[in-house]
Design a protein around this ligand. Structure first.
Ligand code: N01
Length: 548
C-alpha cells in the first residue's frame, strides 16, 4: 500500500483545521491534512460523503465529464481498484465512488454528518476560528477551509402562489433520497440548463405528460454515452500519471484535443467537418474545436450556427424547433450542456414546450402553473432552476474575520479574493475553488486537486516557518491586482458578456461580475506554484505573538 493511504490521526476537541463540506474537495482535503500530520474535522450538512452527487439525485443526473477523468488522480490504489461502467457515470455510480474512496481512506471517522455550518468567527487574540453549526457545541480550529462546492446553494424561484400548490414540487439539487415515481403523472419542468436538459428525457420515459417551461433556450451537444470501452480504461489506468500531468497543464483540465487554428482561417467545409467530427464523438470537446470560439464573436457564431442547424434538423415541428434555438448570445456563455436525447424528446406527443418569453409564468395555482397564455394542470413541478453559484454557499454562512467584519459585507459589491484562495481580513481561511479561480470553467476534479495540494503544501510550509501559531492572510494589494486580472481576462474573452450564473445574472440583486478565472487551469497552476516558490508572494505570513 502506498504512503498516501494512512490511518487517521487522533481526534482532538480543538483541531488544526476544520473543513466545511465532504464532497470531492472536502474528502481530499481531509486526506491531505492527515498526511501532513494535522488534526482535522470535516463538517457536512448531508448524511454522507459526495457533495453535489449526494444531493443531485434527479432522474438522468450524470456527470458531463468523462468518468475516467472525473476521478481522483492522487492515489494509485484507487485508480487501479475502481472501474466505471459507462463513459459518463450516472449519479448513483459517482456516489458509490465517493463512498468507496471514503472507505478506502477511512475518511468518515473524521467527518461529522448532518451538521450544517451556520457561521465562523475569527478570534484575533488566539488566531483561531470558532465554527458554529445548526446542532451541537461550537468547534475551534486554527485553519478554516471551505469545500462547499460551486453549485450547492439551490435557487428556487419566488413564484407567487407556490405555497398554494396542491401537488408535489422538487428542486433538482435537493432530490428526495427515496426517489420520485412520476408514472402516469403530468409533470411540469421549469428550467432548461444542464439539470433540466438531463432530467427532461428521463422524466418523459415515466410521466404521462411533461410540460417544459423554458425561459432561455440553451445550447446542448450530444454526450454520446455508452458502456466504457475496456481498452480505453486499460490505456487510461496504464498512463494515469502522464494523463494527469497533461490535464493539469491544459486549459480546461480535460483530455481533449484543443484546436490551435482560428475558426475563421479554415474553409467553411473544413470547419463544418471539424464541428461534425466533434459533435458525433460527443463530450466537452466541442468548444475546443478552434482556438478562438470563446474569443471572437464571429468565430463563435460559426459554432453556434452549427448547433442551431442541428436543433432544426432534430426537432420535427418547425415552431418548436425555433423556440429551442438559442439566439442573442454566444455559445458557451451559458455553460454548454451535454445531453442524451434532449432535442429529440420534443418529437414525442407527450412532451410540450412552453416559451416563457412569449407567455411568462404569472403564478402557481393549486392545480398547476398559470402563464400569461393559459393554465397548465400538473401533478408535480420540478424546478431545474439552478444555483446561487460560487458565492451562494459561502455567504450563506455568517463568516466574520478581523474586527468582526462579515464576509457578506466585504463581498457586498462582488467577491474579492487573492487567487480564489484567500481574502484580506480573513486570516487562515481558505476557499477551495473559490471565486477568482478556474473552478467551474474546468474539470472540477483537476481544479479541486490543485487547490487541495496547494493549500496542504502552504500549511506545511507555514508551520515549518512560523510554528504552531502561524498566520497567513492575503495582502489587500495583491488581492485587488488579482481581481483586476480576473476581470481583464473575462473582458479579453467573450465571457465578459455572459448573462448567466457565471456572472451572477440568474440571482436577483446579486452583484454582476464574472466569477471564475478564465485564463485556464494550466496557467493558473503555474501562477500558484510561482507564488509559493517566491515565499508566498502576495500573502502576509507571520506568527501570533507569544502571550497574545
Ligand atoms: O442551472 P442553470 P442547472 N423562471 O442555472 C431557468 C452544473 N451541472 O442546475 O437561462 C423560469 O444552468 C433558467 O433560465 P434563464 C453545470 O455546471 C452539471 O441546470 O435564467 N425559468 C435556466 O434555464 C450547470 O451549468 C451537471 O433564463 C427559470 C434554468 O432555470 C450548473 O450545474 C449536471 C427561472 C437554470 O439553469 C447549473 O445547471 C447538472 C424562473 N424564475 C448541472 N429561474 C453535470 O453533468 C431560473 N430559470 C456535471
Amino acid at each position: 500500500m502506498s504512503e498516501t493511504l494512512v490511518r487517521p490521526h487522533d481526534r482532538a476537541a480543538r483541531f488544526d483545521a476544520i473543513v466545511v463540506g465532504a464532497g470531492f474537495a472536502g474528502m481530499y482535503m481531509l486526506h491531505r491534512l492527515r498526511v501532513s500530520g494535522f488534526t482535522a474535522r470535516v463538517l457536512e450538512a448531508g448524511g454522507d460523503v459526495g457533495g453535489t452527487w449526494y444531493w443531485n439525485r434527479y432522474p438522468g443526473a450524470r456527470c458531463d465529464v468523462e468518468s475516467l477523468e472525473y476521478s481522483y488522480s492522487f492515489c494509485p490504489e484507487i485508480t487501479r481498484e475502481w472501474s466505471w461502467s459507462e463513459r459518463y457515470a450516472a449519479q448513483p455510480e459517482i456516489l458509490r465512488y465517493a463512498g468507496y474512496v471514503a472507505d478506502r481512506l477511512n475518511l468518515r471517522e473524521d467527518i461529522r454528518f448532518g451538521t450544517r455550518v451556520t457561521g465562523a468567527v475569527y478570534d484575533e487574540d488566539d488566531g483561531c476560528w470558532t465554527v458554529t453549526t445548526e446542532h451541537g457545541a461550537p468547534l475551534r480550529a486554527r485553519f478554516l477551509i471551505t469545500a462547499v462546492g460551486c453549485l450547492s446553494a439551490a435557487n428556487v424561484p419566488d413564484l407567487p402562489g407556490l405555497g398554494s400548490f396542491e401537488g408535489r414540487w422538487y428542486h433538482t439539487g435537493r432530490w428526495p433520497h427515496e426517489g420520485v415515481d412520476f408514472t402516469g403523472e403530468r409533470v411540469a419542468v421549469v428550467g432548461t440548463g444542464s439539470s433540466g436538459i438531463q432530467l427532461i428525457p428521463a422524466v418523459a420515459e415515466q410521466a404521462a405528460h411533461v410540460t417544459v417551461f423554458q425561459r432561455t433556450p440553451n445550447f446542448s451537444t450530444p454526450a454520446v454515452n455508452g458502456p466504457l470501452d475496456p481498452a480505453r480504461e486499460r490505456w487510461f489506468k496504464d498512463n494515469r500519471d502522464a494523463l494527469a500531468r497533461r490535464a493539469r497543464t491544459s486549459p480546461g483540465g480535460f483530455l481533449i484535443e484543443y484546436g490551435e487554428r482560428s475558426a475563421l482561417e479554415v474553409s467553411p467545409e473544413e470547419r463544418l467537418a471539424e464541428f461534425e467530427r466533434r459533435w458525433s464523438r460527443g463530450g466537452v470537446g466541442f468548444l475546443a474545436a478552434f482556438s478562438d470560439l470563446l474569443l471572437s464573436e464571429e468565430a463563435n457564431r460559426t459554432a453556434a450556427d452549427f448547433v442551431r442547424d442541428k436543433i432544426r434538423s432534430i426537432v420535427t415541428d418547425r415552431a418548436t424547433a425555433e423556440r429551442l434555438v438559442p439566439t442573442g448570445y454566444s455559445i458557451g456563455l451559458k455553460r454548454l450542456c451535454l445531453d442524451t436525447g434532449y432535442y429529440a424528446v420534443y418529437n414525442r406527443p407527450d412532451v410540450t414546450l412552453v416559451d416563457l418569453r412569449e407567455t411568462p409564468i404569472t403564478e402557481i395555482v393549486p392545480n398547476g402553473i398559470r402563464t400569461a397564455g393559459e393554465t397548465f394542470d400538473v401533478d408535480a413541478v420540478v424546478f431545474a432552476t439552478g444555483y446561487d453559484a460560487i458565492t451562494g454557499a459561502l455567504l450563506a454562512m455568517d463568516i466574520r474575520g478581523r474586527g468582526g467584519r462579515r464576509l457578506r459585507d466585504a463581498w457586498a459589491a462582488g467577491p474579492s479574493s487573492y487567487l480564489g484562495l484567500m481574502s484580506a481580513g480573513f486570516p487562515n481561511l481558505f476557499t477551495i475553488t473559490g471565486p477568482g479561480s478556474p473552478s467551474v470553467l474546468t474539470n472540477m476534479i483537476v481544479s479541486i486537486e490543485q487547490h487541495v495540494e496547494w493549500i496542504a503544501a502552504c500549511l506545511a510550509d507555514l508551520e515549518r516557518a512560523f510554528g504552531p501559531r502561524a498566520l497567513i492572510e492575503a495582502e489587500a494589494g495583491a488581492e485587488a491586482a488579482w481581481m483586476d486580472h480576473v476581470r481583464e481576462l473575462a473582458e479579453f474573452t467573450l465571457y465578459g458578456r455572459a448573462e448567466s450564473w457565471y456572472s451572477g445574472a440568474n440571482i436577483a440583486g446579486k452583484p454582476r461580475t464574472f466569477l471564475p478565472y478564465a485564463g485556464g487551469v494550466g496557467n493558473y497552476r503555474a501562477m500558484c506554484d510561482r507564488v509559493a516558490a517566491r515565499g508566498y508572494e502576495g500573502f502576509l505570513r507571520t506568527a501570533l505573538p507569544e502571550g497574545a
